[in-house]
Design a protein around this ligand. Structure first.
Ligand code: ADP
Ligand code: MG
Length: 577
């Protein structure tokens, strides 16, 4: 237990170290009683340009008084925490002076997240307390302590932010309740999809397009065409807070999204991809919900692949290269896309999402004329069109596929949705009629039935580990890269990774949790399941390896965790047959 000091002790220490070398700030590490809350200075940075200092503010629920009924479920607690973190961020923008000298002097930030509501470590809410975790740039003149500015931060700015954002009496409780309600409805709806026989739901009135390719904020309502479900696919659902809502239900099976270029096909699919996460009120996608087993699949040439059985899609490569345990440092478009499917299935995907824009053409289609010219024994690829039905009927794996370019897919689809000026139209009947009028000349070519992929066991000696006296270097570089030991793991095309705090959590897991299960016995699926269970039972704080809690981690899905291990160059796998 840390000793809890009176806050005046902090003030005295700060004045005592005024103008001294910046490292003197180490003396303020500790716990302080501020009356309404406890202040923990877990880590004081050693330099004004170093990563900022780690500070926690903990308010007892007897003071915070967050209504107890908002804390009764995990989903509600996550939603409350999300709301409070955003309130802290808002008040920090309003109330703090910010820049106060060299380096990061004076900055105070909280990792409040983007459009999604994820479990994150920036805010901990439970029945006992509310705890915000802040990054604080301790103020400096050049490289010396600036005590007066530091006193303002700890005795003026932070107390005001805490007062405005973490105390129920200062909060807009109806907005808090609305926030929790919107999140809870999404979680409930996602759970209900299965019993309704659906894989995704797109609510009427949803705003799917984003403001730009560079921003995930919604397109302004005056420019966006709101989603309106086609009557034949319209479903009604009861959710706990909004009551009865309507929207398009996409049933299990194979669904095609067709339509002219620029009519909104990819935008619809992208919203469905993101529907595995809950969104904040006002995002436009609060009623776009997808089963949690949904995985976006795309071509990713150049990626490394280790012992993946891609025979359902690729056999007879030139020079007899094996596809039963296919490995490469530099996959092609089609082999990478096949790999991405097999790896997703290996860890439990139930819905595949594909867009022609990001697929390898030869992986998707092979028409009658090409079949006539290039005999099957000269074509290693069994195109997706010849597997997609079987994946559903034999394995229960559904697919939603954007395909404006090939009507051959009508033969294998249960539902065909046409995007027409951003409006969905159910054209299943027309597509079936076209099949009768113009039967496809192509033959199905699948050499053998689809077999579920074998489990793969990561080999412990190939996984980087710390050596005695030599900690292992791991660092998330933004959203899309992790440097790990001497490797850089490239996640740029892992599209359902959405928050850099998820990337940090995966990076942290590489050295804290995952290694433990990489023991030569557990399969990748068992490893990511153990990881999931661990976080569920013990929380994300489990992932922090240092001496103090971190405030910059968010929950990553098992699929993105597996994707990271799969992209670690140098990992060795063994198939369990
Ligand atoms: P497609 O995949 O059919 O070629 P996209 O989904 O890429 O089309 O959409 C094309 C453009 O239209 C994008 O700039 C997108 O932001 C915009 N857009 C998509 N859906 C809507 C909508 N419902 N309302 C307004 N603009 C939209
Ligand atoms: Mg498109």
């Amino acid at each position: 237990m840390v000793k809890i000091e009176d806050k005046e002790r902090l003030r005295r220490t700060l004045y005592a170290i005024d103008r001294r070398g910046y490292k003197a700030y180490k003396q303020i590490e500790g716990a302080y009683d501020f009356g309404a809350y406890m202040l923990f200075i877990d880590h004081a940075q050693g330099d004004p340009f170093a990563p900022p200092s780690a500070v926690r503010v903990r308010v007892d629920q007897r003071v915070a008084q967050i209504p107890a009924d908002l804390l009764t479920t995990r989903t509600r607690r996550i939603a409350v925490a999300d709301y409070l973190a955003r309130q802290v961020a808002l008040q920090l923008r309003r109330l703090i002076k910010g820049h106060r000298g060299s380096g990061k002097s004076g900055m105070i930030v909280i990792d409040a997240g983007h459009q999604e509501v994820l479990e994150r470590t920036a805010m901990v809410v439970n029945r006992d307390f509310v705890e915000a975790r802040l990054s604080v740039g301790l103020p400096a003149y050049g490289r010396t302590v600036q005590a007066q500015e530091a006193v303002e931060i700890f005795f003026d700015e932070i107390p005001r932010v805490v007062e405005r954002s973490l105390m129920a009496r200062q909060l807009d409780l109806s907005a808090l309740r609305a926030h929790v309600g919107v999140v809870e409805d999404q979680a409930v709806l996602r759970e209900k999809l299965d019993e309704m026989g659906l894989v995704a739901f797109v609510g009427d009135g949803a705003i799917l397009p984003r403001v730009s390719g560079a921003s995930d904020a919604p397109m302004p309502a005056d420019r966006a065409v709101k989603f309106q479900s086609p009557p034949s696919l319209r479903v009604q659902v009861e959710v706990p807070n909004a009551g009865t809502i309507t929207g398009m239900g996409i049933p299990r099976g194979v669904t095609l999204i067709v339509g002219g270029g620029y009519h909104g096909k990819s935008t619809l699919l992208r919203a469905i991809e993101r529907g595995v996460y809950d969104h904040i009120p006002g995002d436009g996608r609060e009623r776009v919900v997808t089963v949690s087993g949904a995985v976006k699949i795309r071509a990713e040439d150049g990626r490394s692949v280790e012992k993946v059985d891609i025979t359902p899609f690729i056999t007879n490569l030139p020079f007899g290269k094996s596809t039963v345990d296919f490995s490469t440092d530099d996959a092609s478009g089609s082999t990478s896309q096949a790999t991405n499917i097999i790896e997703a299935l290996e860890v439990g995907a139930t819905l595949l999402l594909l867009d022609e824009d990001t697929s390898a053409t030869n992986f998707m289609v092979r028409d009658a004329r090409m079949q006539a010219l290039v005999a099957k024994d000269k074509e290693p690829i069994t195109p997706f069109i010849d597997r997609v039905r079987e994946l559903y009927t034999e394995q229960g794996i559904s697919t939603i596929l954007v395909m404006g370019g090939s009507g051959d897919y009508f033969d294998v689809a249960d539902h065909v949705i046409m995007m027409d000026h951003f409006h969905p139209v159910d054209v299943t009947a027309e597509a079936k009629e076209i099949i009768r009028t113009w039967p496809s000349q192509r033959r199905r070519e699948a050499p053998a039935p689809f077999a579920p992929p074998p489990a793969r066991i990561p080999q412990p000696e190939s996984f980087p580990r710390p050596k005695p006296g030599k900690p292992l270097k791991v660092q998330a570089k933004g959203l899309r890269h992790i440097s790990f030991a001497k490797h850089t793991i490239d996640l740029s095309l892992v599209e359902q990774l959405v928050d850099e705090s998820q990337t940090r959590a995966i990076a942290a897991a590489l050295v804290t949790g995952l290694g433990r299960y990489i023991d030569g016995r557990h399969s990748l699926e068992e490893i990511v399941e153990a990881f999931e269970r661990d976080i569920f039972e013990h929380g994300l704080d489990r992932l922090a390896s240092g001496r103090h809690p971190r405030g910059d981690l968010a929950w990553p899905r098992r699929f993105e965790v597996a994707a990271t291990i799969n992209r670690l160059r140098g990992i060795r796998m063994r198939q369990r047959r």
